[in-house]
Write a protein that binds this ligand. Structure first.
Ligand code: ACO
Length: 325
């Protein structure tokens, strides 16, 4: 049976110039490089410059992906951008990237599922491609989490960073089996009962301010370990695959301990896991496309490899996507 699949044509990324290592926090807070490294695996992160916005980061990543694909903005039908840190309340950051690229046709919109945003955006773009609404879609994750930090809260501000990653998805014909290239299956979940575990304490219709991030990290940690392993096996089942088929796990980069434990539950050696949290910190919706683009630029993926991505974030929202490179 002939089916439409969404194949990754190219990836791109952008990290702001300013690199902040753990010693920057040691000088300001009751914390240590050792604590941050041991509890999170993070050594450094990038922070956007003053005046540098989420759309600036997203635009750089998108342009990088177009350059690597040898395409121009006119070759795209749509842009789907995942972020929780938009430049403005509206319009969508995706439309700012659209304008920046010089793309004057098609459509562009944002997806908001916090750290799970890229997985949600990827699954939605895949749905649009498979339904014939678009043939080529730029999917971006872009964040400036440094703008929603409480700099006096050592339990959150040491964790996050800024950045953007992008992939270009293109419609391709498949036979409907797990041998096809492209996105093979996905699984999306959310449960609003867990809102208090991870949220931003401001917003347009409540306080009229942007607010800062609040997190009960140890409770999020427990949900992450359980829910990420479950969504991974659900997605693999849907694709007719088993954990042993995975060539690469490209997880949301929140905490090296969560990633290690998910890999263990899937019986995957760490050599098959793309780990960028040490250099990027948690860049929320940008972390998976940044990790994908970093590994791609290093030539780590081979055509035909099975790649599993998974993420959990505020909402709680969580999910996974499995694809063949
Ligand atoms: N430096 C030193 N000590 C610290 C720091 C710090 N930066 N931060 C917290 N501590 C202290 C706490 O105050 C606490 O001290 P106490 O025992 O005296 O009260 C102690 O360390 C232990 O705190 P826990 O919160 O229990 O530490 P834990 O081992 O759980 O690590 C962490 C905290 C890193 C936040 C971890 O819970 C985590 O990674 N959670 C998941 C984060 C995540 O995945 N988020 C989802 C995505 S984010 C998104 O959607 C936006």
């Amino acid at each position: 049976m002939s089916v439409i699949r969404s194949v990754i044509l190219a990836t791109g990324h952008y990290l702001p110039e300013r690199v902040v290592d753990n010693s920057w926090f040691e000088a300001r807070l009751d914390t240590s490089d050792q604590w941050i490294r041991e509890r999170t695996g993070i050594a450094r992160r990038h922070f956007a410059a003053e005046g540098e916005t989420t759309s600036d980061l997203g635009l750089r990543a998108a342009q990088d992906a177009l350059d690597r694909a040898g395409l121009t903005a006119g070759d795209l039908d749509a842009i789907v951008l995942a972020t929780s840190t938009p430049d403005l309340t509206f319009p969508a950051v995706a439309t700012m990237v659209q304008q920046g690229l010089g793309m004057t046709r098609g459509f562009a919109f944002d997806v908001q599922a916090v750290c799970a945003g890229f997985v949600f955006a990827l699954a939605n773009a895949d749905g649009m491609i498979r339904s014939g609404q678009a043939k080529r879609v730029m999917v971006i994750g872009a964040e400036t989490f440094s703008r929603i930090m409480d700099w006096s809260d050592r339990s959150t501000c040491v964790l996050f960073g800024d950045g953007a990653g992008a992939v270009i998805l293109e419609a391709a014909e498949g036979d409907g089996s797990a041998k096809d290239r492209g996105i093979l299956a996905s699984d999306l979940n959310s449960d609003g009962r867990y809102r208090e575990l991870l949220y931003v304490d401001g917003g347009v219709s409540s306080t009229g301010t942007a607010g800062v991030l609040r997190m009960q990290g140890n409770l999020v940690f427990r949900h992450a370990v359980e829910k990420l392993a479950k969504t991974a096996t659900t997605t693999l089942d849907r694709a007719g695959l088993a954990p042993g088929d995975i060539d690469w796990l490209v997880p949301h980069q929140a905490n090296a301990r969560i990633i290690t434990s998910t890999a263990q539950k899937l019986d995957l050696p760490m050599e098959k896991v793309v780990l960028t949290v040490e250099d990027h910190g948690n860049t929320s919706a940008a972390s998976i496309p940044l990790a994908l683009a970093t590994a791609d630029a290093e030539g780590r993926f081979e055509r035909g490899d099975i790649i599993l991505t998974e993420a959990i974030g505020g909402g709680l929202s969580w999910g996974s996507v499995v694809l063949r490179w």
